[in-house]
Design a binder for this molecule. Structure first.
Ligand SMILES: *Cc1c(COP(=O)(O)O)cnc(C)c1O
Length: 385
């Protein structure tokens, strides 16, 4: 078995032409240098400038939404998205326990309560069948509003997350949200360039959040965006992320407690250059999947995560799933020792100290996946098969 893994590691190092292969690195060329240099030479590096508007327009067009509001990071985009749809203190927000910490933290910033639900193995995202059964059990409609019978709190929203770029079962999740009058907010931080039934992820929710952190499929250094088809909501979110300042030539009037969350022009410049190459990154990631598919087939008891039915994934992070005969940490040790940077999936939210006491359903699949999932090097590269 060890011999198969060492051969596997060797092939990855050969593909990347490196003795140590990182999990994910950004890819830049002259375009980034040109646009960022332009910011420096003109002095427009900060929170006002032409690249911010251009980035927002280009991004909205790529995804197929009316508006995108660029912000400082993905966490801020989730925070504002949730606030904008009306999440208030003591509300419960349904979300997978299997997610990056930002999803839960954004809810906490509003003094609301994350309510953890399980995922399925097909998508690594929220399981709609299990969710529906659960809501029948614990939910109660009171005057058109869903309440948790056990806590007496309002359940206001569902935040599905498209894990590693693989879209969730959106038809089913949209139907649940309609039936129970809950707001759908997508955490699309990992799924720029991923489609469900031909429709881009992040277009199903009332509002969606994206991230352009350095390790995402494209980067602005640090950054995020909030997407919506609702013009009024977009204007409000823009206002909130600009310290809620009422536009005026010289006067400082702010009409509520806002946030300094606007994306700086220099980051947006990087984003404009990256966005021009996004199609290529996605193509490269998808051909990397074909490369890994052949490679993974040579190892016993392992499979490569593939895009769910009816979807096209950006394959942001390549994922292998170990069967029960493996000890996850032994594989992680071996790969990392061989120069292949590999990572487990996040510690589920309900296992972290600050979220231990939050309401949750049975999280059997989440706990199982935690023992099985490993991410392997995923930097976009041209693969010659
Ligand atoms: C990256 C990411 C975010 C946002 O992260 P930032 O580092 O704040 O940009 C949110 N949710 C998920 C699932 C992510 O992977």
């Amino acid at each position: 078995m060890t011999k198969q893994w060492i051969e596997f590691a060797h092939n990855i190092k050969q593909l990347y032409g490196k003795e140590f292969v990182p999990l994910h690195e950004p890819t830049f060329n002259e375009k980034e240098v040109e646009y960022v240099t332009d910011c420096i030479e003109t002095g427009w590096v900060s929170s006002v400038g032409a690249y911010v508007t251009r980035f927002e327009e280009d991004l909205a067009k790529f995804v197929g939404v009316k508006r995108a509001v660029a912000v400082v990071n993905g966490t801020a985009s989730l925070h504002i998205a949730l606030k904008a749809v009306g999440v208030e203190a003591q509300d419960e927000v349904l979300m997978p326990s299997l997610t990056f910490i930002a999803t839960a933290n954004a809810v906490s910033y509003l003094q609301a309560v994350p309510h953890f639900v399980d995922v399925n193995e097909e998508t690594l995202g929220v399981d709609p069948v299990k969710l529906e059964q659960y809501l029948v059990q614990i939910g109660e409609m009171r005057g058109g509003v869903l309440f948790n019978k056990q806590t007496n709190r309002r359940i206001i929203a569902l935040v599905p997350m498209h894990t590693f770029g693989h879209p969730c079962m959106m038809d089913e999740l949209v139907a649940i949200c309609e039936k129970y009058h809950i707001v759908l907010v997508e955490d699309a931080a990992e799924s720029l360039g991923s489609y469900y039934k031909g429709k881009h992820t992040g277009t199903f929710g009332k509002v969606s959040a994206m991230s352009f952190n350095g390790n995402k499929i494209m980067t602005t250094g640090g950054g995020g965006a909030i997407l919506t088809d609702d013009e009024e909501l977009a204007n409000y979110m823009k206002h909130l992320t600009t310290t809620a300042k009422v536009p005026h030539k010289w006067e400082f009037v702010h009409d509520e407690i806002g946030y300094n969350y606007r994306m700086p022009n220099i980051n947006a410049a990087l984003g404009c250059a990256q966005l021009e190459k996004l199609r290529i990154f996605i193509e490269q990631k998808r051909s990397l999947t074909n490369f890994y598919d052949k490679l993974v087939a040579t190892i016993d008891g392992v499979r490569l995560m593939k895009e769910p039915v009816h979807t096209s994934s950006n394959y942001w992070l390549q994922t292998i799933l170990l069967d029960e005969t493996y000890k996850r940490d032994e594989v992680l040790q071996l790969l990392n020792d061989e120069g292949i940077m590999s990572r487990p999936i996040w510690t589920p939210m309900h296992e972290l100290g600050m979220y231990k006491g939050c309401p949750r359903m049975d999280l059997m699949v989440t706990e199982k996946l935690k023992r099985k999932v490993i991410n392997i090097p995923s930097t976009a590269i041209e693969v010659k098969l």
